[in-house]
Design a binder for this molecule. Structure first.
Ligand SMILES: *Cc1c(COP(=O)(O)O)cnc(C)c1O
Length: 220
């Protein structure tokens, strides 16, 4: 079995290769290491190998491991990449550094209030339901530009980008391309798209944040 450091190096080099190969490469692609379902012991080797940006999709699960890890490593940046209920917003603002899953006005308003209360202005991404799937979270693509605008002007959130999870079992490229178009219209600089199976395609379409779990940590 290869080590955490070797897997990290292999993914980083694939990211860099994809980034430099395509027409208008993003200047920088951030690797968000998705550590959901893995405990602190499994995460430490990645921190030891220098990885600092991680993604978790449940507030409660993240609370169980990240305070301890933050106490031993400096510079950790934790992204929330799973759906957020408004009653967990306070805990999310206290624990995370970036919220990638803002997708409705009620949540945007509650997040702003909690950020003000905590004195912590976190950057956020708006999640777009790019395949218009009933079971997936996210704002509809056609409503995304207006929603980003409301997040900025009414809710006064710092919207940095868009995030999507394309439908399973279909080529992801066209969905990534669509998110990039919406991102340009919404005037956001960042796109969080691409996972273990398709991050190179996502980078070709302009992704700035790839969320890689299985290819680093193994099967869940
Ligand atoms: C689990 C998860 C990922 C990582 O998926 P892999 O296929 O394991 O790389 C990325 N994004 C979100 C939102 C996830 O929930």
């Amino acid at each position: 079995m290869d080590t955490a450091a070797e897997r990290l190096e292999s993914i980083r080099s694939r990211i860099e290769k994809a980034r430099s190969r395509f027409g208008a490469p993003p200047e920088r692609v951030e690797l968000v290491a998705v550590s959901k379902t893995f405990d602190a012991t499994a995460i430490r080797p990645f921190l030891d190998a220098g990885q600092r940006v991680f993604g978790e999709n449940r507030v409660q699960e993240a609370q169980g491991k990240w305070p301890e890890l933050r106490a031993s490593y400096v510079g950790i940046e934790l992204h929330l990449i799973g759906p957020l209920q408004t009653n967990k917003a306070r805990e999310a603002v206290a624990l995370f550094d970036v919220i990638q899953t803002v997708d409705r006005d009620k949540l945007a308003g509650v997040l702003k209030a909690e950020m003000e209360r905590a004195g912590r202005q976190l950057p956020v991404f708006v999640q777009v339901n790019i395949g218009l799937e009933a079971q997936k979270a996210g704002i509809a693509p056609a409503e995304a530009v207006a929603f980003v605008e409301r997040c900025r002007t009414e809710h006064r959130l710092q919207v940095e980008g868009l995030m999507c999870i394309p439908p399973d079992g279909e080529p992801a490229g066209p969905y990534f391309a669509h998110l990039a178009v919406v991102g340009r219209e919404a005037k956001v600089a960042k796109l969080s798209m691409g996972m273990s199976g398709d991050f190179e395609t996502a980078i070709a379409m302009g992704s700035t944040h790839v969320r890689v779990g299985t290819a680093l940590f193994g099967a869940r």
